[in-house]
Design a protein around this ligand. Structure first.
Ligand SMILES: *[C@@H]1O[C@H](CO)[C@@H](O)[C@H](O)[C@H]1NC(C)=O
Ligand SMILES: *[C@@H]1O[C@H](CO)[C@@H](O)[C@H](O)[C@H]1NC(C)=O
Ligand SMILES: *[C@@H]1O[C@H](CO)[C@@H](O)[C@H](O)[C@H]1NC(C)=O
Ligand SMILES: *[C@@H]1O[C@H](CO)[C@@H](O)[C@H](O)[C@H]1NC(C)=O
Length: 965
């Protein structure tokens, strides 16, 4: 009776040739499935698969399907036995065995074995999300290919009326492979073979194999209720490499994904890396217990709560509070990006508003974003008090408030008043409490199902005002001035990094390790931009390496440093804002912002107090920073530190540059270019080309930064030490979004995505910066390094890029720069091949230093290549597309060897980048000349400018005072 019911309910799912079963990938002839032949012991012919499939350290491009519940890998000549040869391991028999049993579909026409290769995007996304349930980190990249086999209502080789329905999937994202078994209904186990089925897999090497415990028992049919990922009937195994990684690790290695995120919380936090064998756990983040965590056997998910900024510790306990593991989490205050939402964003953000004014007015933009989308407003309220006399903070609180306004059409309401009373009780608050608000505008999903709803990658827009009691506002300046002393100020000045006397007027988001100051950004305009630095075109900041202080450097239209605050100069910060240090936002606010507002912005005798403020927060000093641009591009051509250029295209991993003091080292991986569009077996002309495909940077005590291109996957993977950096990739439409910061570690290491194909990596105090450009095809990568020339006598370099005085082997033997001897230069490059012990690269499973070394590769030298193609159409094409370039021969070499004229665009991009730096360097050199000839250094800004700016400043201050009344 029960069986009939099951049978019926299964039939109900059957539409003609199209069957849907819970947790199965859709299958049936309507989905393009083939059906297996009916004779018993049927095996398909070799199925040539469209990807190289990794399975336990070997690659396969051919599989077969066996009716008795097996997927076979490779060209197995083994005569398949009628009765199975026993438990795994089995030598030279490579298979995944969802249900190796005596199956016979000959006797029942309604039973079928379906199979197909899956390459359509929707199904791959579905499979990817299944895999993600089991292996969230390994499956960050979507599956590229899968093979799905479905045993549908298959009978055994007996008169038993039972039917079995299960599905097996093998899938890979190009890096990792996974095997999924999903059981819907198992009604029989024994066949005529005698004995019971086996479930598992076997790599054929006697080492890597796995047999599910219930195999070889009648009880095996109960696996429909079991799971290794918390989904009844489903098992997922990671089958790329080592058998010990097939399931989870129970001893150590707790990790979180993401490992850094907004202090406002609200996103999913996954803990993984160890087995979760207990039935329940306690998760704490800096002592705060998380609620609503959900557990599967391989990961635990929680919702990130609101936390304070800084380096926090996640700790995992059993329900008896035994500590199991811990890992760090970096919580940061997200960047302000409400420009697109608010027209008065600049007035509100990071500035002091008086509590007694009782309210904030938000004025909304009318644009595509605010017109076409609805927003929910959430307020994150952090508050604190400070003992001004000794700077100690106390009574810190945090709370999240939904004003209950629902989904708002901001362009329709135009403006909104937020009363402080709706956030905290104004009257009963302690007299000195300061609130740091994060007013967040969150996109409301159009339907409940679209979970990760974004607008060009953004889900939230944020403005961050401070609310200060009037009494604190008016009394703070004298109290603050009391605490300042000339000695302290001098100490502060000494600690703050010197500003570059000039910046490039490309106004990039970072220059020489300095970052754009969001409150005075040369790329922005508007009344509120640079309102505290009238006269400046843009400002940059940099944190000190040795203290909490930071420089603020402001520049005029020509990129020249301003040294007088009346003309818009910057003011040094005793506390650099928004670092990953606990309370850094408040530290900065009290020591550098509130003091400014209180001394310069709110009291009648602002002139004298403001001058005193400026005396203790001077602009700092400037020095001429001369960067040396070097790098590698194309089929790689290197520009050396000494300014010459040569081609080196070995295949392997090499030291690109290392400082003799051991503080900086960059290694690159050069490899054959993989041509995606060429059929696998054909020899394409690309095969002769060499590209920079990966690099890793180690700088002082900062984490290592690794970039790795996977052209077949069309992706670049960025790692910070061994951890994959998760970020929303930039799309072409994202230019409107102001934020491109994808990593910052206490502002000494900053990674930004400048546009869809350009990244920058900058190292604060050292001023070292890298610009990375990816070809849209994800096959070539350009790397420009900017190494400051200061202290060159102290800092010596070697490697492929040589030193400031030219190329030299590690033993000191010099290579003549004028050498035209390609072979000698090739030998020179080869001498910088790294050893496996010295490698800085992080290697995934199956990957190793050895894997990337091709010692047999002999390059085609320029002259030979030119000789080969002279007078051909390819040569003429190369000449034509490269004609306007300075390094024309290099460009032609690349076009000839790849037969791809579009590589000239990389050369153009590279030359433009270098040109901008060369122009900048020229200007700095001129400045240096001028400084030498002028004995007394005159202020950079004339007096006439001073008076104009003073009037401006007065108008602004008056406007502010009026606004406060
Ligand atoms: C597969 O094995 C058969 C039998 O040994 C052989 O004839 C055939 O060439 C092999 N195919 C491939 C692609 O190696
Ligand atoms: C678990 O991970 C640790 C650290 O990565 C490793 O040393 C250990 O061998 C792993 N254990 C198993 C059973 O895989
Ligand atoms: C700072 O001052 C307050 C009040 O005078 C006092 O209670 C507190 O202990 C002091 N903290 C430190 C670190 O000196
Ligand atoms: C600390 O905060 C509480 C709660 O707001 C308040 O009652 C108390 O007065 C505060 N302490 C001081 C010293 O202001």
């Amino acid at each position: 009776m029960l069986r009939q019911f099951l049978f019926l309910s299964l039939l109900l799912h059957v539409a003609y040739g199209q069957i849907s079963i819970k947790n199965f990938v859709p299958f049936g002839t309507n989905h393009g499935d083939a059906m297996m032949a009916r004779p018993i012991d049927a095996v398909t012919g070799p199925i040539h698969i469209s990807i190289r499939f990794p399975f336990f350290d070997k690659w396969y491009d051919e599989i077969k399907l066996y009716s008795h519940g097996l997927i076979l890998f490779g060209n197995i000549t083994y005569v398949l036995p009628h009765s199975p040869p026993g438990p795994f391991p089995l030598r030279n028999f490579v298979c995944a065995a969802p249900y190796w049993a005596d199956t016979n579909i000959a006797q029942d026409a309604s039973s079928n074995i379906f199979y197909r290769q899956v390459t359509d995007e929707d199904t791959l996304i579905e499979i990817s999300s299944m895999v993600r349930n089991g292996f969230p980190l390994l499956s960050a990249h979507r599956m590229l290919w899968a093979f799905v086999a479905t045993w549908y209502r298959v009978p055994g080789h007996m008169t038993d009326p039972g039917r079995n329905t299960y599905q097996a999937i093998i899938t890979t994202n190009g890096l990792y492979s996974f095997t999924l078994f999903t059981y819907n209904q198992l009604q029989w186990s024994a066949g005529l073979w005698g004995g019971f089925p086996q479930i598992g897999f076997n790599a054929g090497d006697q080492v890597n194999y796995f047999t599910l415990e219930k195999s070889f028992t009648a009880n095996v049919i109960t696996v429909v209720q079991d799971s290794n990922i918390g989904v009844p009937g489903q098992f997922i195994f990671h089958t790329t490499g080592n058998i010990s990684d097939v399931q989870c690790n129970s001893t150590e290695g707790l990790q979180s994904s993401p490992f850094r995120g907004s202090m406002y919380g609200g996103y999913e936090l996954r803990l993984f890396g160890i087995c979760f064998n207990e039935s329940s756990y306690i998760v704490e983040i800096n002592g705060q217990e998380l609620e609503n965590c959900e557990l599967t056997t391989v990961y635990l998910t929680c919702t990130m709560p609101m936390v304070s900024e800084g380096r926090l510790q996640i700790r995992l306990f059993t329900s008896e509070r035994r500590l199991i593991g811990q890992t760090d989490f970096l919580a940061f205050m997200p960047e302000n990006n409400a420009d697109l939402i608010l027209s008065n964003n600049g007035e509100l953000d990071t500035s002091a508003h008086i509590r007694e004014d009782q309210r904030l007015n938000l004025l909304f933009q009318k644009n595509a974003l605010t017109t076409n989308y609805l927003f929910r407003i959430i307020i994150y309220d952090y508050s604190i008090q400070q003992f001004i006399a000794n700077g100690t903070f106390y009574n810190q609180t945090m709370q999240q408030i939904d004003l209950g306004l629902g989904a708002l059409n901001l362009s329709a309401i135009r403006n909104l008043t937020i009363n402080y009373e709706s956030i905290f009780p104004i009257d009963s608050e302690p007299r000195d409490r300061v609130h740091s608000l994060g007013i967040s505008f969150e996109l409301v999903p159009q339907s409940a199902t679209s979970k990760s709803f974004t607008w060009k990658g953004a889900t939230k827009f944020l403005v961050r005002p401070f609310i200060v009691p009037d009494v604190l506002f008016s009394s703070y300046c004298p109290a603050w001035l009391e605490l300042q002393s000339d000695t302290n100020t001098q100490n502060l000045i000494n600690k703050v990094p010197a500003c570059p006397c000039r910046v490039s007027t490309t106004w990039d988001e970072e220059q020489l390790g300095f970052n754009t100051d969001p409150a005075c950004n040369a790329r922005k305009s508007g009344l509120w931009n640079c309102r505290f630095h009238r006269g400046a075109k843009g400002c940059y900041r940099r944190k000190s390496l040795t203290s909490d202080a930071g420089a603020q450097c402001c520049y005029d239209n020509n990129g020249v440093w301003i040294n007088d605050w009346r003309s818009g100069a910057g003011t040094i910060d005793a506390y650099y804002p928004e670092t990953l240090k606990n309370l850094s936002t408040y530290q900065h606010f009290f020591s550098d912002v509130l003091s400014y507002f209180s001394c310069c912005g709110g009291v009648t005798e602002f002139t004298s107090n403001c001058e005193k403020y400026m005396k203790h927060r001077p602009p700092g000093r400037c020095e001429n920073l001369l960067p040396a641009p070097t790098g590698g591009q194309g089929d790689p051509h290197f520009l050396t530190l000494a300014g010459s250029s040569y081609t080196f295209n070995g295949h392997g991993e090499y030291t690109l540059l290392e400082s003799l003091d051991g503080q900086l080292e960059i290694q690159v991986r050069l490899a054959r270019v993989v041509n995606e569009s060429a059929p696998p077996s054909s020899v394409s002309s690309m095969d002769n080309a060499t590209a920079i495909v990966a690099f890793v940077i180690h700088s002082e005590d900062q984490p290592r930064v690794q970039f790795e291109l996977f052209s077949q996957l069309q992706l670049v993977e960025i790692r910070i030490d061994e951890r994959v950096l998760e970020f929303t990739p930039f799309s072409e439409e994202d230019e409107l979004l102001s934020s491109s910061l994808i990593y910052s570690d206490d502002y000494q290491l900053i990674i930004r995505q400048r546009d869809a194909k350009t990244y920058s990596i900058s190292y604060g105090e050292s001023g070292i910066q890298f610009i990375v450009y990816l070809r849209p095809q994800f096959d070539f990568l350009d790397l420009v390094s900017l190494i400051p020339r200061i202290n060159t006598d102290k800092r010596q370099f070697q490697g492929i890029l040589g030193g400031f005085d030219g190329l030299a082997y590690a033993n000191g033997t010099r290579v003549p720069i004028t050498s035209n001897d390609d072979q000698a230069l090739f030998n020179y490059g080869e001498s910088w091949r790294t050893t496996s012990n010295a490698s800085l690269f992080y290697y995934r499973f199956q990957d190793s230093h050895a894997q990337h070394q091709d010692l047999t590769y002999r390059p085609t030298f320029l002259r030979d290549l030119f000789d080969k193609y002279t007078n051909t159409s390819r040569y003429r094409l190369a000449e034509e597309v490269c004609q306007n370039l300075t390094q024309r021969q290099q460009c032609m070499y690349d076009v000839l060897i790849t037969n791809d004229p579009t590589v000239n665009q990389m050369h153009q991009h590279y030359e433009t980048t270098l040109q901008a730096w060369d122009e900048y360097i020229e200007l700095v050199e001129q400045d240096e000349e001028n400084d030498k000839t002028t004995t007394t250094k005159s202020p950079k800004n004339a007096a006439s400018k001073y008076s104009v700016n003073k009037i401006w400043a007065t108008i602004i201050l008056l406007a502010m005072i009026i606004a406060h009344k």
